[in-house]
Design a protein around this ligand. Structure first.
Ligand code: SAM
Length: 251
């Protein structure tokens, strides 16, 4: 059993890693750990039985068959780097008519989300174990209603800024993917990353920062649950910014 679990884990990690490494367009690095510790038997079962049913396979070329992916649900929402999956599962449980798509390269995060999907009997979750960027590029225009990027890896050193998820590339893809009237949410507890996000948003005419009051971005909306990373940031004295951008109709 132990050998079998190790083999399965190696295969899951390797498949995505090879995909990312073989693509010349992506920097083959993610911040922090990609692999977790050993799998427990329940998790091994979820990886074996549940994940294949809800995992997303990227096409070799062209776009994803979105009708097949959403299978009758409303326009999907995408979470980039869902970590432990608590935000994604919370949204999926409250919006059962919306397909929640999540991308996360960290295998333990995928396992945590699988546990939540199983526990709450969520049928409206689809997972890409890997880099969100090829997934975004493979989605057809105007597919999404919302994108969430909650506490993206900070890549604090200047020479690593090019690895940050929020970028001109990201805003171009978000402009292409989010339907007019849709929304982009970004959270960060790193002041430089907040500035960075607002700076790039300013260069994206399709998005308008929804900061109606001076401290709007300091208050987490009720329909935005706390993530594990956010709780840690607050414990450590780093209050996050909650940025919400509306996708305008006429751009
Ligand atoms: C600081 S953690 C935040 C996790 C979670 N969003 C939260 O708020 O608790 C950043 C997450 O982004 C994931 N990540 C990093 N690069 C990514 C990429 N290219 N595509 C998708 N996820 C990525 C990491 O594996 C990690 O789980």
């Amino acid at each position: 059993m132990i050998n079998c679990q190790h083999k399965l884990r190696r295969t899951l990690v390797q498949i995505r890693y090879d995909d990312v490494m073989s693509s010349p367009r992506y920097i083959p690095k993610v911040y922090g750990r990609r692999q977790g510790k050993g799998f427990k038997p329940r998790l091994a079962r979820l990886y074996e039985d549940l994940l294949p049913n809800i995992s997303i396979t990227l096409p070799d070329s062209g776009k994803i068959d979105i009708a097949n992916l959403v299978s009758g649900s409303k326009s999907p929402w995408l979470e980039v780097g869902f970590g432990g999956g608590e935000h994604l599962a919370w949204q999926a449980a409250r919006h059962r008519d919306v397909m929640m798509i999540g991308a996360e390269p960290f295998i333990d995060g995928v396992g945590k989300l699988l546990s939540l999907v199983d526990e709450h009997k969520l049928t409206n979750v689809r997972i890409l174990h890997g880099d969100a960027r090829p997934l975004m590029e493979a989605l057809p225009d105007g597919t999404l209603e919302r994108i969430f990027v909650l506490h993206p890896d900070p890549w604090p050193k200047k020479r690593h800024f090019k690895r940050r998820m929020i970028s001109p590339w990201f805003f171009a893809e978000a402009t292409r993917l989010i339907q007019p009237g849709g929304m982009l949410r970004v959270a960060s507890d790193i002041p430089d990353y907040v500035r960075w996000t607002l700076m790039h948003a300013q260069d994206a005419p399709a998005f308008e920062w929804m900061a109606s009051k001076a401290d709007h971005w300091r208050v987490r909306p009720d329909d935005w649950p706390q993530t594990r990373y956010e709780a840690k940031a607050l414990r450590e004295g780093r209050p996050p910014a909650y940025l919400q951008f509306s996708r305008l109709a006429d751009t």
